[in-house]
Design a protein around this ligand. Structure first.
Ligand code: CS2
Length: 531
């Protein structure tokens, strides 16, 4: 078994550099892999000999900084000791569904790319070789579906973002009227993630092969069960027998994935080139922390456990704390920070007022809503603050806060409902929801505020225009969006008035004074402690 700390010490520490650009360097590829300086960590197996075993849908930066790295380490763990032996067949075949840019950048590099691990004081570089093929789904839809029936592919993973499941947030299932689902049904080939998944599973069913295990790696509650239900609902729009077979025969383990991975910048490209001495058109940058907790399943899998992943019988406690503390707080500080014109998560938590707010939100409002577990939630919350305070990670608030209407329910509204039902006040959550309303409707948003994109933006902005500066009218009209807020929450006693007051306060005095007033008030209810 590989020793993680030993693997880590393979890196040489290299100070974070400035934005020097290396333009003349030859490209990273299998041919130049041996030219890497010793400070750069490289795949510990014969990359060219690696055969595929995993199909991945969506090939964004997160997948490449997370699952691909775990898989690289897992392959190394199984390869080590067997000099000259072929690596275990766990190479990743990835397919981008929306844009060909990653494929275009990675193909000339034989799928190789750099992960820049940006710590508070230093950046380390690792070249990843677990990604063996990258395609663009619309160019070869039949080829992609055929992969599902290839017995070599034993696992299918997905990082397509929660928005790509085309779920109806209130109904907790795919929305048949969703434009992407409509397009899939009318077009010659599916291009939506669910359409590709269901089409691929249909191919496996038809071929009579053992279907691959399908693993959701998106930030959704019960992501495995949610994806399975979404796939069944999608299949049943046209084929009930397929839907039943998906329910009976395909395993969908849930998993909790975590690694903060900001959008790639020119600085990342320049730093990768400088550290490698080779040009890499598709590096990714990420924090040193990475975590993967996977619901155990039947069948073969890479030695992800040797790479630091955990297999457990119930992912729910990890998933709940991650979604509610990390992702929920991310959203809260993104909207509050955006309203004062701050740009990054680091900038927000650098202000003690925002950091205190984040901690209070996590410990007094999110923590009491978590399922009982032995996890040390206080330590987790403090560790999150440390991670957000990493100056090497430039995590843009606009990116963290975008598509809020798809993410509000699991990250903020579900716990809000739990708290209100239990009679616990939740002023930090209500302020966060109010900040989201201000950001997306444009109410009282100063010129310097960061713009927050949302799929419902057009509708939300027109509500903002219609309400003018009338906070009560605005709040009432936003709460009428049943697909976001459902029916029960807006009826909870006192909630509407509190939310209206928070929107109005943000509009009048701005986030800093609103938070200061909130922090000056003592928590009104004792914090529940779980063993
Ligand atoms: C963030 C996540 O943009 C967002 O929604 O909260 O991408 C977050 O950085 C990751 O889940 C960290 O693992």
């Amino acid at each position: 078994m590989a020793n993680l700390s030993a693997l880590r010490s393979d890196f040489d520490r290299v100070p974070s550099s400035g934005s020097l650009r290396v333009t003349k360097a030859p490209p990273l590829s299998l041919e130049t892999l041996d030219c890497l300086p010793s400070a750069v960590r490289r795949p510990g197996f014969d990359v060219a000999a690696l055969r595929p075993g995993i199909l991945h849908l969506g090939c964004g930066a997160f997948h490449r900084a997370h699952q691909a790295v775990f898989t690289q380490r897992a392959i190394e763990a199984e390869t080590s000791g067997a000099a000259g032996a072929a690596p275990p067949a766990w190479g990743i075949v990835a397919s981008s569904l929306r844009q060909p840019s990653t494929r275009n950048a990675l193909r000339p590099q034989d799928g190789l790319y750099t992960v820049l691990e940006r710590g508070p004081d230093a950046t380390r570089a690792e070249v990843v070789g677990s990604l063996r093929e990258v395609g663009f789904a619309p160019e070869d839809p039949a080829g992609l579906l055929a992969r599902f029936a290839d017995p070599a592919i034993r696992i299918v993973t997905l990082t397509v973002t929660s928005s790509a499941y085309s779920l109806d947030p209130a109904a907790d299932g795919p929305c048949p009227d969703h434009p992407e689902i409509q397009r899939d049904h009318q077009g010659p080939a599916a291009c939506n993630a669910l359409g590709v998944l269901v089409g691929g599973l249909a191919a496996a069913q038809k071929a009579g092969t053992r279907p691959p295990v399908v693993m959701a790696c998106d930030n959704l509650p019960e992501n495995g069960r949610t994806l399975q239900q979404a796939a069944m609902d999608y299949a049943s729009l046209t084929d009930d027998r397929l839907a039943n077979w998906i329910g009976r025969s395909v395993q969908f383990p849930s998993s909790m994935v975590d690694r903060i991975t900001p959008a790639v910048t020119d600085l990342d490209v320049a730093d990768a080139a400088m550290m490698l001495g080779l040009a890499d058109a598709a590096p990714v940058a990420a924090e040193p922390f990475r975590q993967w907790v996977i619901e155990d399943f039947e069948g073969a899998r890479p030695r992800w456990d040797a790479a630091g992943a955990e297999f457990v019988t119930d992912v729910a406690p990890w998933e709940a704390s991650k979604l509610r503390l990390l992702n929920g707080t991310h959203m809260a500080i993104a909207y509050l920070g955006a309203l004062v014109g701050l740009r990054t998560v680091f900038e927000v938590v650098a202000e003690p007022l925002f950091a205190d707010y984040a901690l209070r939100f996590m410990l007094e409002e999110q923590k009491p809503t978590l399922p009982p577990s032995r996890h040390d939630i206080d330590a987790y919350a403090h560790q999150l603050l440390q991670r957000w305070r990493n100056p090497g990670i430039v995590h843009d608030l606009g990116r963290v806060g975008r598509n809020g209407s798809d993410k509000l329910q699991p990250r903020l509204l579900a716990s809000l409902m739990d708290n209100l039902q239990a009679g616990r006040p939740a002023p930090c959550t209500i302020l966060a929801v109010a900040a989201w309303i201000c950001c997306v409707t444009g109410l009282g948003v100063p010129a310097e505020a960061v713009e927050i994109e949302d799929p419902l933006s057009e509708n939300l902005r027109s509500l903002g225009r219609a309400a003018g500066s009338d906070a009560a009218r605005l709040t009432a009209s936003v709460l009428e969006m049943e697909n976001l807020f459902g029916q029960d929450l807006p009826r909870m006693q006192g909630f509407r008035a509190e939310l209206t007051a928070a929107v109005s306060q943000l509009q009048r005095v701005g986030p800093r004074r609103a938070i200061a007033a909130l922090m000056a008030s003592a928590p009104a209810a004792p914090v529940l402690e779980f063993a």
